[in-house]
Design a protein. Sequence first.
Length: 280
Amino acid sequence: MELTVFLAVLAAAFMHASWNLLVKLKLDRFLSLFLIQTLMGVMGIGMLFFFAWPSRESLPYALASGFLHTGYNIFLARSYRDGDLSLVYPVARGAAPLITLLATWLVASEQINAITAIAIGILVSGIWLVAVGRSKTLKLDKVSLFFALVTSCFIAAYTVVDGLGGRASGAASGYTALVFILDAVFLLGTGLYMRGPGIFAKVAPFWKSGVMGALLSASAYWIVIWAMTQAPIAAVAALRETSILFVIFMSAKLLKEQLNWLRIAGGILVVVGAVALRLS
């Protein structure tokens, strides 16, 4: 992986970790996602005035991405309500790169070398150790496991779709803008159906925090889509999950969470896996 792509994806991982930790909205998870995704849609409209439009061939990918992101948002929000989130989210993010690796091989016939495959395995192992280290219990009940695996499938699916769509578009930035718009449209319809017109009044007071979250989230995924046009999709997907490494240190610094030996060992494996990806 080229150094420019490597550093860009690390920056995206940092931004992803930042908005999840620093943007604290006094809303339930679905309303938070609704607000941020809607604002990203507005940003997407603005982006189309400055960047080339994607090709027609990429439109089916963008539509599929909108549907998959909506499913991801719904299941993620539901998992926050019913699952043990200290394990669900890290496990979902850790399983997704492995599913992505399999999907890119089966669907896109994308070949990766042995070093890249080993690097992804090391990085994912580190993520799982961090997940165990962050949890107060090692128990993962059936409900939590179900939501974790379904969420990871959605992550892998939209990652592969957007990787292929970005490549087919001929204009990664324009494709990203279209994805933001369609994601917002799909979630807007879902939000109105689930919560009614009053949903806007509930999220309006938090628009400033929403803008910060939208800027960080949009920038992070914009970089990821571009990176997947420059490097193997599975490698980018795995490297993006180094965000959990940033979460470790931000949590220790800002939330005063203790670093136990499992989290430290996991962090080391994440770093080793990331370096191996850079060298592959």
